[in-house]
Design a protein around this ligand. Sequence first.
Ligand code: ATP
Length: 241
Amino acid sequence: MEMRDVFVSYHGDISILNGLSLNIPEGKITGIIGPNGAGKSTALKTLYGFLKPQRGEIRLAGERIDGLEPYQFIERGIAYVPQNRSLFNDLSVEDNLRLGCWVFRKDKPRMERALERAYAQFPILKQKRKDMAGSMSGGQQRFLELARALALEPKIVMLDEPTAMIAPKLSQELYAFIKALPEQGVTVILVDQNVRQCVNVSDHVYILELGQNKADGAAADFKGDSRMREMIAEWLDYKID
Ligand SMILES: Nc1ncnc2c1ncn2[C@@H]1O[C@H](COP(=O)(O)OP(=O)(O)OP(=O)(O)O)[C@@H](O)[C@H]1O
């Protein structure tokens, strides 16, 4: 997937993305970091068709996809877990998972396979399958959102701050799960405020600032005594262990 020189605004001509370019290689984890308001979430919303670029283009395997609607992204095997909770709190865990299978709801065997896979990946969801989604902890709800997205067997998953406001232990589990997704053939785009964890799980990292590319490099370049590490410390006032 590729974003080339994209300009996007929410209102009128106040541009939030200002010529942003991202290259998302298949089977890898691409991390996107940057200060608050840099446009990270806006970049994901644009990649997923919620916002239409005023300029620039987005391609998937060569096909222009920047005019498509979000449901057409699902059809192309792209899933998106937004920053804010997206569950139906008053429905059971299992019903939330079933809703994630909506596009293939008539294929009952496939739906059952998807549920079994979700329960195998996240045993806590099996234990709680009859509980209301809203009654679970924040971390468990995140697992459910991720499981629901993966029920589609997506080729690409976009995750917006998946561990925000989650207890450290569950957060570690979630990062370990995300890191293993490429082994299942899933390409990951990870927006994260947690710079250290993002660098640890990603193969390649982009730094955004004011809706533009500030820098990018292989995750290894961000570690040790590197220029990237110094840059992050300077711009974001973050430290990477
Ligand atoms: N729905 C909206 N309407 C208008 N402006 C918005 C909207 N959502 C975001 N913005 C603005 O767009 C800019 C980029 O926001 P965005 O959420 O993409 O940043 P971010 O890098 O994800 O930041 P954070 O880490 O705080 O989530 C900010 O100035 C924000 O105020």
